[in-house]
Write a new protein. Sequence first.
Lengths: 1050, 133
Amino acid sequence: MAQHPCDDTLPHLPFQASGLEGVSAWELAEALDDGVIAVNALGQVQAVNPGAERLLQRPRAELLGRSLESLFDEPALLRALARGEPAKLVAHRASSGRSLEVRLHPRRGQGWLFVRDVSLEYARGSPRGDPSSFEEAQRRLRLVLDHTPVLLFAFDTQGILTVSEGKGVEGLGKAQGELVGESIFKVYADIDWIIQSVHRVLAGEEVSAVGNVHGTWFEVHYTPLRDARGSLSGGIGIAFDVTARERAIQVLRHQQSVLQYVIANVPHAVFWKDRKGRFLGGNQNFINDTGMGTLEHLVGKSDYDVWKKREEADFFVQVDREVMEQGRAFHDIEEPVLRSDGTQRTLLTSKVPIRNQDGHVTGLLGIYVDITARKRMETELQKAKQVAEEAARAKDEFLTVMSHELRTPLTLILGPLGTLLASSTSTLSDRTRYALERIHGNAVRLFHLVDDILDHQKLGAGQLSVAPQPVDVCALVAGIVEDARPAGSSRRIQLRFEPDASLGTVLLDGRKFEKLVLNLLGNALKFTPAEGRVTVRLRRVEGELELSVSDTGPGIPKDRQEVIFQRFQQLDGSATRQHGGTGMGLAIVKEFTELMGGHVRVESEPGKGTCFTVRLPAEPARPTHASPEERQPSGSHQAYFQQFQTPQQSQAEPRRPARDAPHLLIAEDNPGMRAYLAELLADSYDLELVENGQQAWDAVQRRRPDVIVSDVMMPEVDGMELAARLKADPRFRDVPLLLLTAKTGHDDVVYGLDAGADDYLGKPFSPAELKARVRAAERLHRVYVELDARTRELQATLHTLRDTQAEVVEGARQAAVGTLVAGLCHELNNPLAAIRMNAQLLARHAVDPKLLHRALLVIERQSQRCACLLTALQDFSGQAPVKRAWHPAGALVERALATASPEAHRRTVRLVPGLPATALPWVHVNATEVETALLNVVTNALEASPAGATVRVEARPLSRGGQQGLEVRVLDSGPGIPPAVLPQVLDLFFTTKAPGEGMGLGLPLAQQFITGQGGTIDVESEEGHGATVRLWLPAKDAPCVAAEAGRAEG
Amino acid sequence: MPGRILVVDDEEDIREALEMILALEGYDVRTADCGAAAIARAEVEHFDLVITDLKMPGMDGVETLMALKQRHPCLQVIVATGYASSETARRCMSEGAHDYLKKPFDMDELLRIVERAIADGRVPPDGPSAQRC
């Protein structure tokens, strides 16, 4: 730091200065502190001043005549003198340890040497202020030290501070000079970097360091000090307070690290380049993409070095140039790039110019994101869309081909049929004619449908053109309206046509116009209820033809008025849609109208009706045209309108069924199908025909039918809903319902049966099958009705029973009756089946006597079974007289066991009697009842037991409450009875068995019989461990004849 | 169209009557008095159709139906029931029964259903691939 002061001006001696003439130069020299030596051309000393004597530490006499070389060991001085050039150097005199600055000022072959002692400067490094005085220098130094935040300090080899000056010292809370004499090692003992620096300085090193001293940052420069001999005498240091700078640096560093963090962690790749397009940096994402590995490899490279494909690099460079030359940012450029790993990617890049402070573009910053996946998805979507469109096209084509293919057979059906119907000579019966007309009507309907589809497809493909011809529109429309009249009048719809006679013949595509009228009129007829009105109006408005068709139908809600013109749209898409049809009619109307250059609009008010208005440009045909073309060969449209017709009942010969024929209700919305069903069933049934489920429901209320045949898909209330309503109403629950369904899959059948239908029949069905099914349903109903009557009787009996049997739970009664009927059904149907089959067999086949005998035996046996069942019911109802007598208990038990043993055998259950060796007591009872009770209990136990199990029947005398008695216990090892149902097992008709498995009569009957004779019955069971039924009857050791005599006659 | 039929019913009278009626129509009829016997028979002999009662001791009609259908998916099975509950019928249909008969049978109905069942079992309606069995 001890900078040698630089002064390139030589001192100008004052004797030449103006105003000082007369003063000898030497006089001045004598007064100077600095040494002045005059030498001759040979470098020998000619004169010296006292300053020189002092500095060279030699008396004048010794110095005079000596050579310059001997005074200063500096050959440069002599060389400069010889050349007459000035020189300046510092000479170190080992003898005095002084450093002397020597300036040579050559003058006319001689030279002046000015010598100055600069030892101090060398030793202390203190800046030299004004060269004129040391004090001035001191003063300036002081000024500096007192006013700038500098610390100046010096220390000796021991680290003892010899100088501690400068305003900065005060910043540390010390006065200037205060620390002098203290050891720097102690003062800054806790500040490692200072201690380290001092040690290094004392080792002879120059040190610069920046560090913190109690919160203040200092930049310190140390210089070792040497004494005159050059050996280390200590060091000096100057320190500047750089806290502000350091803080700023730290803030910058922090900002920089945040920035670096952001750049490193954004999901984008970031890079920056210089003006020449060379990479200056990039984040890891970018380095990865380039495959350069490290930043060092990237820096300095160009796009051509980095990317594999030249054309891609060309593109990047091109964009870079534009960004930098135009100085504007480019956003979201899609760039394809082949990455170093060989994958082709698509990048979405933004490039921004980088400017310096002057606003000059110095490079660019690029940032991009890899959108390859997004791009691929877009491509795939595009492909999928294409595939879908192709599929739709293929479907359209298929539809077109199908429609074409359908036309041929339809034409072949319609042609001969038309001929057949038209021939007046034909000898068709009314019925045949009626049937043929129906076939014809439906075929025409199909034909129109196919036509609609074809037109539609052609429209879609743009293959339909308009062919205007002269058409007498009024006549054309009048004809169509006439054809629709039968359909209208069948539902008492008033059909009006209001033509405009002035219209005359106009140029129009007749076929298309005809279609418009057909579709609009058909639509109106379809939706107008009976007694309604349809009006067709034709007039000329503003030079155009206006056709309007208004009806008194249900109307179309505002928000649906747009939708109706769309293809395959019907307002009500549900299964209960009011009306059949594909929903193509109105779409065709709109498309045709627009094709013909017109437009269609709809006005409608829900509840009031709808009016469709078609406007078409129609020039009047010029008279030069030939007479209007004949109507299209499609001829009469009567067959087309037949679909909106309600067929008259018995259009064919009326047939009256037998007077007491079962009443059959048919619900079917399709008039043709309805008529067909009626025709098939009219012979055997008293028919009633309705059009939908609601009407059917109303009809059922008016007159209860024996059987209902109903379609599933019907307007308003469909077949399923009808079934649900019927089954939910106790009055009609039993009316058999046979559903006709167009679907015949198992699932649909199951669905129908679930809904409550009793049977189903899939369309198309054979007449024989329909008849058989209806017959079966009707028969079922008859059986039901009979059983129902029987049930009513039983119900009456139950009323009586309830008076005496409080334990019959009121709530269980209704359910119990159902269960009883179910059980009875099974018990009766099995023998009935055997009887019936044998009877039918005998009736139809001439069988040999042996077979005949066998069949009769079966009939006899099974009828007996039915009779027994009915007797049991009668017994139960309590009508049989009660007869009591004395019986030995053992005999009763044994007889019951004997009766039960075949059942036990059949079930492979062991029946084990447990009777005591001694005789059992006598009981006074109705033997049949007690035996039945026992048998019921045992049978119940057998039924509960699994195969191979054991049922024990134990009997013993048991006195209770002082009364002698008999106890019989029946123990089974079945599943036991759940605690929840245990209290109910003795209730009438309670059963845990499935319907048909038993009636729930066994135990309650047993209870009735046992309690009737003064006994008790109770059941114990633990779930999983079988059940025990205990019977107890009063008993005596011997029969008491006297008691019997009084009562036995009852 | 003759065919082999197995009649399963625990009641002998019904069994015999069915056997007689069907035999007179030209069918080759075998009988079994319980579900287990029917399954055993079907293992060793081919049948076009099985008519089984629903309520039988031991294995009932539905179990018999399920067992038969599991072993011989193509075998046509008709279930006969004395107690005509649509619930039971629904169950049988969903377990694969071809149809169900309500007792007491009408001979015409019986024969028609039998004939159709055998026909359905023999000729797949839409060619061999249309039907799984």
